[in-house]
Design a protein around this ligand. Structure first.
Ligand SMILES: [Zn+2]
Length: 343
């Protein structure tokens, strides 16, 4: 049988199969491509790929690439699907062990960011909290942690994880990556070069441990992990995929085990930001003075009042600060936004 029939049954490709079986509990199946590359479908939307044993892995690495952790962020899902189709069609050889993940298939079908709860806040064990008991997104987070843990154990090579997203909110910097916080960890230069190759020119260093997918793989599996924001959200089939060629080509190059190309302007240096302040909803007549529709990376001049309550009035310090992820509609104690500045 041809490999795509074994993996995707009557569906034309991986994405169609994932959408058609979003809530199905399908058994594990595997297929071998004509060149000996072995593919296991571990669950709906989860493929583990292993090159033939006699093939070199010049970059000595294993990769996890995920998309659709937020179901309506379609462009990265379409990119992974297209790369997988190329591989299955024999267009290039896979050089490294690879775990490809479509994160939240039921939300992908619904065209929603999530159904019950934001999947990207459930990692690092948060899925086990009683309030999430029985929710499909909690089960998916637990399963994805387990699949990644097994993959990391089977492949002790240098492990990288790229969790690909797009955003609803506009951004003054279209593509940017977030580096999860791990005490004392520095971003390796090779990772900065890869982000530039993918046309991602901005990196934001996070300031504390989180519950995102990339925080889990970084903190627990010791991977070099990034959440990568690639531009605006559009429905399936409505993306201008030419805006994503950089990341697609960079991923394909890594999958093939080829060396990093020389840096090309304008993507020859990374602008690095760090968090200077986390705004939390204090509930004491909390007022947030940033408009709802402001773009990520909008800068505020020194002395601008950002938020105030009965006790506190926060003003920008002597150096301008920029906002990312502003969201006033959060429960008491949760994050309303981050203030950042270039490092
Ligand atoms: Zn997202």
């Amino acid at each position: 049988m041809i490999p795509s029939r074994e993996l995707f049954e009557s569906s034309p490709d991986w994405l169609a199969h994932t959408l058609a079986n979003a809530t199905a509990d399908l058994p594990k199946v595997s297929a071998t491509l004509p060149d000996g590359t072995h593919i296991i479908r571990k669950a709906v939307g989860v493929l583990q790929l292993t090159p033939p044993p006699d093939r070199a892995n010049p970059n000595q690495e294993a990769l996890i690439v995920s998309a659709g952790i937020h179901g309506n962020e379609t462009a990265p899902i379409e990119i992974l699907n297209a790369l997988l189709s190329e591989l299955v069609n024999g267009e290039w050889p896979l050089a490294c062990p690879l775990l490809l993940i479509m994160g939240n298939p039921p939300a992908m079908v619904a065209g929603e960011r999530f159904l019950d709860v934001n999947l990207n806040r459930l990692f690092n064990g948060t899925h086990g909290k009683p309030e999430y008991d029985g929710l499909p997104e909690a089960d998916r987070a637990r399963f994805l942690e387990e699949v990644c843990r097994q993959f990391a154990m089977e492949h002790p090579q240098a492990l990288s994880h790229y969790d690909l997203h797009t955003a609803i909110r506009p951004s003054q910097r279209e593509k940017f990556a977030l580096y999860p916080f791990v005490e004392g960890r520095q971003v390796p230069e090779a990772q900065c070069d890869f982000l530039l190759e993918a046309e991602v020119g901005t990196l934001l260093l996070q300031h504390k441990a989180g519950t995102t997918f990339s925080s889990f793989t970084s903190f627990v599996l010791n991977a070099e992990s990034f959440t990568v924001e690639l531009g605006k959200v559009h429905p399936f089939g409505m993306n201008d995929l030419t805006r994503f060629e950089g990341v697609k080509n960079a991923l394909r190059r890594r999958f093939c085990g080829e060396p990093t190309p020389a840096k090309q302007p304008p993507f020859d240096h990374l602008t690095v930001f760090e968090v200077v302040y986390e705004i939390l909803n204090t509930a004491k007549n909390f007022q947030f003075h940033i408009p709802d529709d402001v773009a990520n990376f909008t800068e505020y001049a020194p002395d601008t009042v950002i938020w105030e309550d009965d006790d506190t009035c926060y003003r920008v310090g002597s150096i301008p600060e920029a906002i990312v992820f502003p969201n006033r509609d959060v429960p008491v104690g949760q994050r309303v936004g981050l203030l950042i500045r270039p490092r």
